[in-house]
Design a protein around this ligand. Structure first.
Ligand code: SAH
Length: 217
């Protein structure tokens, strides 16, 4: 089989896996078809980039499972005019997907190295509507707040208060909630005129949201 057929086949299987796990939003699927996961997975695990699996990245972190990225993005209900904050840049893959759906994406990570490597990929792929910064995202990004959408890709014990405060009315936040080594649930929080509404979506497993900046900085 030629290289071309191989990659077309892999791509079809990748999209099939997403659909079979409940990613049905056509805009989300189109974004995930456009953004190749390959460049976001380096080193030893690069050849497994098209499997529906979380994989190790630098700084002891993980790139999320593609179907979970799809389901979280779908739950976020991003519109083309939205300003989105992601807490937990990691490899940059989730931010790259969001960049296809939103007007502007801010993404922060506590590891400077991850922010630097993700920024290089964004530049190579010409994803000019993403700004990546090193910061403790538990405090959000006050200078760019409020946000239409906030996605947290590390597990918090509770949805962080500063993030809730930086959500616009009508805004949506998706966050995994729970103890790091126990069952976590993906929670969707909607800010309405009358306060906050919570929906529990599904069990998930994420690395923990930690305080302060990473040691490599
Ligand atoms: N969204 C990423 C996967 C994130 S893994 C992707 O698409 O690849 C979770 C990330 O959250 C890790 O990179 C970790 O460093 C980061 N993180 C944990 N606590 C944080 C905090 N308080 N502020 C910012 N980033 C944090």
């Amino acid at each position: 089989m030629s290289g071309f057929d191989d990659s077309a086949e892999r791509k079809m299987q990748f999209l099939f896996a997403l659909r079979s796990k409940g990613v049905t939003d056509t805009r989300v699927l189109a974004a995930m078809e456009t953004i190749d996961r390959g460049p976001f997975v380096r080193g030893l695990f690069a050849e497994r980039a098209y499997e529906d699996m979380p994989l190790p990245i630098a700084c002891g972190q993980t790139i999320s499972q593609p179907s979970v990225v799809g389901l979280m993005t779908q739950a976020l209900g991003v519109s083309p005019r939205d300003k989105v904050l992601e807490v937990g840049t990691g490899s940059g893959y989730q931010a790259a997907i969001l960049s296809q759906l939103a007007r502007r994406v801010y993404t922060v990570d506590r590891h400077r190295r991850l922010v630097r490597e993700a920024s290089e990929i964004f530049r190579d792929l010409d994803l000019t509507n993403i700004t990546a910064m090193t910061a403790d995202g538990s405090f959000g990004l006050p200078e760019q707040a409020p946000f239409d959408r906030i996605i947290v890709t590390a597990a918090a014990e509770d949805p962080p208060g500063p993030l809730l405060a930086q959500l616009k009315i009508g805004g949506i936040m998706v966050v995994p909630v729970g103890q790091s080594d126990a069952v976590q649930h993906l929670i969707k929080v909607t800010r309405t005129d009358n306060g906050l509404e919570y929906d529990e979506l599904r069990p998930v497993r994420f690395v923990p949201l930690l305080e302060g900046l990473g040691k490599d900085t």
